[in-house]
Ligand binder design. Structure first.
Ligand SMILES: Cc1cc2nc3c(=O)[nH]c(=O)nc-3n(C[C@H](O)[C@H](O)[C@H](O)COP(=O)(O)O)c2cc1C
Length: 203
């Protein structure tokens, strides 16, 4: 029997059931309806320490990610992502950028690079992109304006790259702060379902 395609969503929203969460759910629903296996990581619920720029994790050469000396759940999160064929990276736009919890997670991805002292810039340990990624963002402003204003899509794409994932789609949900409890519209649902199917398609 063909093994299930595993999809892990990393969620940087502070609100369960909010716009980001609903959009991710719709993507995952489309994927699981076609046999994918989904799991969600809410960064607000997980113990992830700040990167301390100590660079201990970047000193040792090799393909395997470097070990951070901090005792938290980051290693377990990265193991879960490693075991996935597809990922979703999702964050609201707060003050023009990804949320603090998403940024904290992204900074910890420095362990995917070899960067010994004395070397100018980090070198990615593994260049191949075997996974697929979908990026999800949301903002109060209309999506087309937000996309012009924010570098967050680039940051999420960088994160997907270093996690070994090729970005196959982006869903930027605009006008996402009109009511305390707002439902995503039919247009967003449709795009989300299309991306959910896309996550299952191998090259
Ligand atoms: C602290 C804070 C900062 C925000 N900054 C922006 C912003 O710079 N631009 C924008 O369009 N929306 C901004 N918003 C609106 C959020 O992007 C919007 O509420 C969020 O995308 C909804 O996602 P959620 O339902 O998953 O929480 C901000 C909201 C908060 C609470």
């Amino acid at each position: 029997m063909k093994e299930q395609i595993k999809i892990t969503a990393v969620i940087g929203s502070y609100r369960k059931g909010g716009i980001i969460d609903q959009t991710v759910d719709e993507i995952l629903a489309a994927a699981t309806a076609r046999g994918g296996a989904a799991s969600k990581i809410y960064l607000i619920d997980r113990h992830v320490e700040f990167c301390r720029n100590c660079r201990i994790c970047t000193q040792e050469e090799g393909e395997r990610r470097g070990r951070c000396p901090q005792e938290d759940e980051m290693d377990a999160i990265l193991d879960e992502i490693d075991e996935s064929e597809a990922i979703i990276l999702a964050s609201p736009m707060n003050f023009g950028a990804v949320t603090a919890v998403m940024k904290r997670f992204i900074e910890r991805l420095i362990c995917t690079a070899y960067w010994p002292w004395g070397q100018m810039a980090p070198k990615l340990r593994r260049r191949e992109k075997k996974k697929r990624a979908v990026l999800v963002a949301a903002s109060a402003a209309p999506a087309f304006l937000s996309r012009l204003m924010t570098p967050m899509v680039g940051r999420l794409k960088n994160a997907a790259d270093v996690l070994g994932a090729r970005t196959v789609g982006l869903l930027f949900v605009g006008l996402a702060a009109r009511a305390q409890r707002q439902e995503i519209g039919a247009g967003v649902r449709k795009k989300a379902r299309r991306l959910g199917r896309k996550l299952l398609i191998a090259d």
